[in-house]
Design a protein around this ligand. Structure first.
Ligand code: NAP
Length: 297
């Protein structure tokens, strides 16, 4: 029940109607029995500064930031964590005595499911497909794990070069190299971790895969194949990689874990991760039946 004391959390993006964050956050808030509500805010790029001022005026405790505001919000904040600076994007904002403080929980969200592997990451190479926004969180995550090398594969040489340059004086040291797609047959046999950060295979194109059948034959059987996509589950890429003996991880856990880290920051207490996970599974189950459209955060 919303009362006179109810406090506000939310997510700002444009568009925002397909965001899954309200589902998992409100499920968690209800389970905790705290007097908070999490609301989606559709804010056009030209209105972002006014919205952030307005959030302060109405006393919002914290909010998530999604496409297209993850970079443009940065100059509007009083402080930004080193991690978010290194990634170049903020996805979580907290109100503090000094003003709005931004961080990036995608990195911890990405790393969380990998922590359960007893992998010697210092001896492990990671291959990252794609060099967009999510790839930045993945590279930071691979650096946190301690991967010996992170090989980023992209289709646009200029964008790849810019991507590599952006890590040169980063607060997060990473041994990064950039590669074209035709180098995959050489890279895949040594990849301990292969991450798809491209949208290839995402609904409504569930039969697409970022790897060709010929590429897949070079995949080592014990590779961890990680797809950031969470609709469909599993993707074509994960199905193909599993058939080669790889260990699959889909994007749902990253989504849940990045949300859990943010909620913990806002509430300063432990949060019910399993309830967040189950709320999303139930919601995406409905989406798969065609009743809902769950293709965004
Ligand atoms: P983005 O910034 O647009 O980056 C997409 C990257 O994929 C770019 O490097 C792009 O290459 C490449 N790409 C796109 N289509 C391609 C194709 N047909 N072949 C080869 N490369 C292609 O998007 P993003 O924000 O990083 O998101 C990427 C994916 O990650 C989405 O599916 C998103 O839903 C998912 N994601 C999941 C989570 C999670 O919590 N699970 C979090 C964030 C993102 P160019 O630069 O050359 O165009």
């Amino acid at each position: 029940m919303i009362t006179g004391k109810t406090q506000l959390l939310g997510v700002v993006g444009h568009p925002i109607e397909h965001s899954l964050s309200p589902v998992m956050h409100n499920a968690a808030l209800e389970a905790l029995g705290v007097d908070y509500v999490y609301v989606p805010f559709a804010v056009a790029p030209e209105d972002l500064a006014a919205a952030v001022e307005g959030f302060q005026a109405i006393g919002i405790r914290g909010f998530n930031v999604t496409i297209p505001h993850k970079q443009t919000i940065m100059p509007l904040l009083a402080s930004i964590s080193d991690l978010a600076q290194a990634v170049g994007a903020v996805n979580t904002v907290c109100w503090t005595e000094q003003g709005w403080s931004g961080t990036n929980t995608d990195v911890e969200g990405f790393v969380a499911p990998l922590r359960s592997f007893s992998q010697d990451w210092n001896q492990s190479k990671a291959v990252v497909l794609g060099n967009g926004g999510a790839a930045r969180a993945v590279v930071a995550g691979c650096a946190q794990l301690g991967c010996s090398q992170v090989q980023v594969v992209g289709r646009n040489a200029e964008k790849l070069q810019d991507f590599a340059h952006s890590w040169e004086n980063s607060p997060i040291p990473v041994n990064l190299s950039i590669h074209s797609w035709d180098e995959l047959p050489r890279l895949l046999p040594e990849a301990a971790l292969l991450v798809n950060t491209t949208p290839v295979g995402m609904a409504p194109h569930p039969h697409a895969s970022p790897l060709t059948i010929a590429d897949l034959q070079h995949l080592s059987p014990h590779t961890i194949a990680y797809d950031l996509i969470y609709t469909p589950r599993p993707t074509q890429f994960l199905q193909q990689a599993s058939a080669q003996g790889a260990i699959p991880i889909d994007g749902l856990e990253m989504l849940v874990q990045q949300g859990a880290v943010g909620l913990k920051l806002w509430l300063q207490r432990a949060v019910p991760v399993e309830i967040m996970r189950q709320s999303l599974l139930a919601y995406l189950g409905e989406a798969a039946k065609g009743n809902l459209k769950g293709d965004d955060r």
